[in-house]
Design a protein around this ligand. Sequence first.
Ligand code: UDX
Ligand code: ADP
Length: 457
Amino acid sequence: MKRRIHNIACIGAGYVGGPTMAVIADRCPDISVTVIDLNEDRIAAWNSEALPVYEPGLDEVVRRTRGRNLRFITQREGAAAVAAADAVFISVNTPTKTQGSGAGKASDLSYVEACARYIAEHAKGHTIVIEKSTMPVRAADTIKRILATTPHGGTFDVLSNPEFLAEGTAIRDLEQPDRVLIGGETPAAVDALAEVYAHWVPDQAILRTGLWSAELSKLAANAFLAQRVSSINAISALCEVTGAQVEEVAKVLGTDTRIGPKFLKASVGYGGSCFKKDLLSLVYLCEFYGLTEPAAYWQSVQDLNEWQKRRFAQMAAAHARKHGGIVAVLGLAFKKNTNDFRESPAIDICNHLLAAGVRLRLQDERVDPAAFRATLADEAKTGFAFFTDIEDAARGAGAILILTEWDSYAGLDWVKIAAAAEPGVAIFDGRKVADQVSAKKAGLPVFVVGQGESVPS
Ligand code: UDX
Ligand code: ADP
């Protein structure tokens, strides 16, 4: 039987659910979209002028659609929206488990299970339930088991439709995706969801697979991307001791069409809510199925990332201790154009620095200082101060670290900044954004990750 989707509900108004539903509503004026969240403050923010997520272009999309065919409501008001929906997206967090079996590695599906129970309780008729959050392979089995407990005799299809958007470019990624992936067992349900995306995505970019392949593909895609960053970061360390330049090496690698140029930028390490979580989930899955060597392989990608952050922090701390013991950290977000600092390298680097006994002066143009402070180790919080102005942040600093590639850092006047800092101050550029000419004019040594012979003494 051919199915059509006229009404969509999405549970979870986070970094994924909010922007994704806004773009669906924008591109499908004939479909009514309701986003539901437990967090009432977050829903209030989605209904205000100050959206809870910063993404270039998001404001405009929400302005066009909110009140037209897009609405944000709290879970208390959500039952009717789920009952009316032909399709319900599950777009809630799947953090790493902190207790029970698989703690520290496996994904915590309790939020997903709560959604499945909510859908089972309120859905009417036939409902297509769509996994949008990243799930471990065979999570759909768990969802199906819960849906089967519905008291209303409703029927369900479960699809996996993982989101590949990257933060900072979410709207562009949603509007012009490389591909949309739909995994499922019932062709009619897969076709119905494909028809939604067909409003703006070319047919050849809509990939159809089995459920388990779709679930695994998302984990594998993030693991491959993280692996590229760890690979180039491993090479960056070798560049520093041999005098090679990682940027040149990356360019050579990238011109091989089999390798390609993207995700070869050496850095202080990757961050974000996905890479670490999904790698650990993959490691857990491998271990669960007795695949020891693949588990160790994927674990090594994460281990290399931890090492990269640690060695950067150690280098900077050693220099700062010789020059007054203060470090200025520019950039706390895990990448530019987002206010998100989940798993940001800045967190670990700050904690390493504080443990090494230096004091920190922090600056970021989007990250909320109070929220960031809460992520630092308790005993460390006394050595921490936040500034909006970069010269203030640099006052008295013996080392200035750049941890996020904000465009504004490329235009800094290092002569002015150096005047505020401690004599002997050096720049530790973890993103290769500092203007070398201006730094040279200021007489500042600049250490750039992966740039041989740039380590300040
Ligand atoms: C990632 C995936 O790209 C996306 O497809 C998935 O849906 C979610 O996870 P995201 O975490 O938002 O997206 O950002 P991404 O652009 O992938 O960057 C991740 C981290 O890797 C950032 O900290 C970034 O600075 C770092 N990175 C990326 C590098 O250090 N070097 C690179 O060459 C690329
Ligand atoms: P992501 O990056 O995957 O979008 P977020 O943490 O940004 O993750 O967003 C997940 C959202 O899901 C949060 O706003 C959270 O309040 C919401 N959420 C979690 N569990 C439920 C639930 N059972 N019902 C409704 N909303 C939920």
